[in-house]
Ligand binder design. Structure first.
Ligand SMILES: NC(=O)c1ccc[n+]([C@@H]2O[C@H](COP(=O)([O-])OP(=O)(O)OC[C@H]3O[C@@H](n4cnc5c(N)ncnc54)[C@H](O)[C@@H]3O)[C@@H](O)[C@H]2O)c1
Length: 441
């Protein structure tokens, strides 16, 4: 037992004991890409887990053992549900019986690029109504530094409970990488920082029951900033790779060959790759949480704004590439059939949130092209008032131009090169293949 928990604080000691014995009743609020895998890991570790979500459809599927998250198979979920280790509900009354709660609700940006805290606030209001002494609450949603201290803490303390004594509050960034077979919730190191040392210690203790490696930090703000540094680092380096791609295009240099050769340097270089633009719920969004917050402190996050601008230009650049390719084939975009391969925001997942494929399709449609798509992970798509249904990849052969936007491993690239008339490859999926049909980013 650590220094902090050996204090005479009985509430903390009792909770620590419940956590150690796995007798603590764990709750996860928000059963999406982050929450469901976490709920599964906690249940696998022996906790009795209650998932709470506003979506009736999701809670029903969880209770049937039917997974809707790619990284969790129903074969893993179903036995946990059947054995009573995991259940889901839409009713926040469940909070009154819980000892721990992880909040994993969405944190999107508003159209103005301001953080939308409404999901966190709504979940926290309902938790606050049922808060009782001896609870550990951990926010996992990505957010700006200060959220846990400035927003959650006042809500949870409103009824007179003292943090670090009556209840415990932490922030722990979620780092899950959907579709990554090597690193999943259980083996991605978990950073956690609490409002007080006792909070941090209980957070560390809780995660270490279920996850392989826990990294305690000194405060919630440090933990919040860790996530923003990680995602800002990625966003800016992708922005640099995209800018280098635009430069190489002008100078007729193969950017992919340049990056591969640079990556042979055993120190001081880490490869990032260009592409059709940023997608997903994290990299295009999280850095703007930071720039929003720093603006209030009088600091302009110039790297973030610049990388955001360059990355935002990439769908337009892809459309230019399609235009050039069609021009060379003496065809115009207007009236052409363009087939998009891959609409999820990254390889081998089913998530289309913020996907650059949607921008590319929309831009082409506005230029008068007829757009279709294939994606083994996305059977249907709603785009600009149109309901599209995924076509088999062979449909690329009937199009004037095929555009590889997301390089899913299920695509047969050899067959594509044989069948397609023209291919714009934004991901270097056709690396090493030489053909006059191929136009690379
Ligand atoms: N998806 C990722 O790869 C990823 C990675 C790291 C961090 N994150 C962060 O984790 C958080 C959750 O992301 P996600 O991808 O799991 O989102 P998601 O949309 O897949 O899941 C969020 C869930 O919360 C539910 N929900 C919304 N409001 C609620 C409320 N008031 N009470 C209860 N449930 C509510 C939704 O119905 C949904 O099921 C976000 O802050 C995100 O930035 C996501």
């Amino acid at each position: 037992m650590s220094q902090t928990l050996s204090s005479p604080d009985t509430i903390a000691k009792e909770l620590a004991e419940k956590i150690r014995s796995r007798g603590a009743r764990a709750g996860v609020v928000g059963l999406g890409y982050v929450g469901l895998p976490l709920a599964v890991e906690l249940a696998k570790a022996g906790f009795e887990v209650t998932g709470i979500d506003v979506s009736e459809a999701k809670t029903q599927r969880v209770n049937l053992g039917d997974s809707y998250v790619g990284d969790i198979s129903s074969e893993v979920l179903e036995p946990l549900v059947r054995s009573g280790k995991l259940r889901a509900t839409t009713d926040f009354a469940a909070v009154k019986d819980l000892d721990t709660i992880n909040i994993c609700v969405p944190t999107p940006l508003r159209k103005t690029k301001d953080p939308d805290m409404s999901y966190i606030v709504s979940a926290c209001e309902k938790i606050a109504m049922q808060l009782h002494p001896g609870m550990l609450v951990i926010l996992e949603s990505t957010t700006y530094p200060g959220t846990t201290d400035e927003l959650l803490l006042p809500m949870l303390s409103a009824n007179g409970f003292a943090v670090g004594r009556d209840f415990f509050l932490c922030f722990s960034p979620e780092r899950v990488d959907p579709g990554n077979p090597k690193f999943q919730t259980v083996n991605i190191p978990k950073v956690v920082g609490g409002c007080t040392p006792a909070c941090t210690e209980l957070g560390r203790l809780f995660y270490s029951q279920a996850l392989e490696h826990v990294v305690p930090v000194s405060s919630t703000r440090v933990a919040e900033m860790v996530k923003l540094l990680e995602n800002t680092f990625r966003m800016i380096n992708i922005g640099l790779a995209n800018e280098i791609a635009l430069m190489c295009d002008r100078m007729d240099i193969n950017v992919w060959e340049v990056i591969d050769a640079a990556a042979t340097k055993p120190f001081g270089f880490m490869p990032f790759y260009p592409g059709p633009g940023l997608g997903g719920h994290c990299i295009p969004i999280d850095p703007f949480y930071l720039s929003w917050k720093t603006k209030q402190a009088g600091i302009e996050a110039r790297f973030i704004e610049l990388a955001g601008y360059i990355n935002g230009q990439m769908p337009h650049f892809v459309v230019e590439k399609v235009q050039d390719a069609l021009n060379n084939a003496v065809k115009a975009v207007r009236g052409s059939r363009i087939h998009i391969l891959g609409v999820a925001y990254k390889r081998d997942i089913d998530d289309v949130r913020e996907s650059p494929a949607l921008d590319v399709m929309l831009l082409l449609k506005r230029l008068g092209a007829t757009v279709s798509y294939s994606d083994p992970h996305v059977p249907a798509l709603h785009l600009d008032g149109l309901d599209l249904v995924a076509q088999p990849p062979e449909a690329a052969g009937a199009a004037d131009c095929a555009v590889i936007v997301t390089d899913h491993s299920a695509f047969d690239y050899k067959a594509l090169v044989q069948n397609a008339q023209l291919i714009v490859d934004t991901r270097n999926a056709l690396r090493g293949v030489q053909s006059p049909k191929i136009v690379r980013l």
